[in-house]
Design a protein around this ligand. Sequence first.
Ligand code: AMP
Length: 410
Amino acid sequence: MKSKYQKIKGTFDILPPDTRLWKEIENILHNISQQFSYEEIRTPSVESTNLFQQNVGYETDVSKEMFAWEDQSKQQIALKPEMTAPVVRAYIESGFFRSNPLCRLYYIDSFFRREKPQKGRQRQFNQFGIEAFGSSSVEQDVEVILMASTCLKALSINETILHINNIGSPDTRTKYEQLLTKYFLQNTKALSNLSQKRLHSNPIRILDSKEKEDQLIIQNAPTIKELLTNTEKTDFNVLLSNLDALNIKYEESPHLVRGLDYYNGTTFEITTKSDKSQNALCGGGRYDFLVEQMGGPPTPAIGFAAGMERMIIESNHEMQKNNIDVYISCNDLKNSTKCFSIMQHLIENDYKVFFDTNKKSVKNQMKDAIKRNVSFVLVVDKNMTIKNIKSHEEVVVSDFQQLLNFLKTQ
Ligand code: AMP
């Protein structure tokens, strides 16, 4: 039967049992974040459109579009396409920076981008991410990468590659931009249409291009490495030697450059080993100038965001069994109050209960119970009979305490 209503293009429902898998994966990420002493932040789904336009390059960059509109009171509002700008906004607006000089936050949330939907690219998707404010040291970069790697390991995502680069200071970037523009201008005709457009708006983003015709030109493009200062080079080496000591494998990727002005220093991406086009699981880097650009005090920062959908597809996590403890079988309306009272007590005693409200025959309820993989069936008629499905042992109990005693001895 065709449904009268369909979901909006590029959005997806998450249905059981997948919702259980999501919950378990989310719990693992919550736990790891807390082990690393990061605290959860939640921000509204909507923000002023200019928060993203002015700070994250949305709409100014041809590939990133938002769901944005003017509301009834003529405010320009957008569904959030990413979390760094909202977190920085909250960090400044709440005055958090005063009480928390070293402030470490994480989130699991939904984001919205009006991109062309394709496999692995949705218009509403979910990310787990972190933002660490207040430390400019390379040790902070190590911690953030260790956390990303720990999360992927805990989710049993094995075949990944950590690509890493250092993009230096804004000065270095400006020099690099000039060098790149010169190089790409010599190759304009061979570039894809998208990259030709970017050549004038944001040449660094050409390095991110997935278009086939751009790949060879990108491969031969100059790298930023030659332009780094000695301190930047030393920091990068300290980072890499820490990763070596932690046995975190990486590939130096001299063309991994984030396209937005406030990024600097360490930048990284974790991908799967497959060469399918949407193979990025996690992207991160330093953004030491964004807090100040957004009106806060100068505050170094680094973070990453990882796609939940993509991590879940790659994860080999084994979902826990969803066993029901007690199935309450009752087909006579007269006994339903008794059933509810037992259900209430069982739940208060931490049992997982299923109550068949369809009042099927006891025979059909037994079949249903076996299908649902329950441990016990409690048949409530004028008596109460509890049956162990596996051992076939059954006893008549006269009250809840007797029922509890039976369950505890099984
Ligand atoms: P970004 O915020 O663009 O740096 O993306 C960080 C991660 O979020 C990516 O590596 C992907 O795993 C995931 N991601 C980004 N955009 C989408 C999308 N449209 N659909 C699904 N996942 C996405």
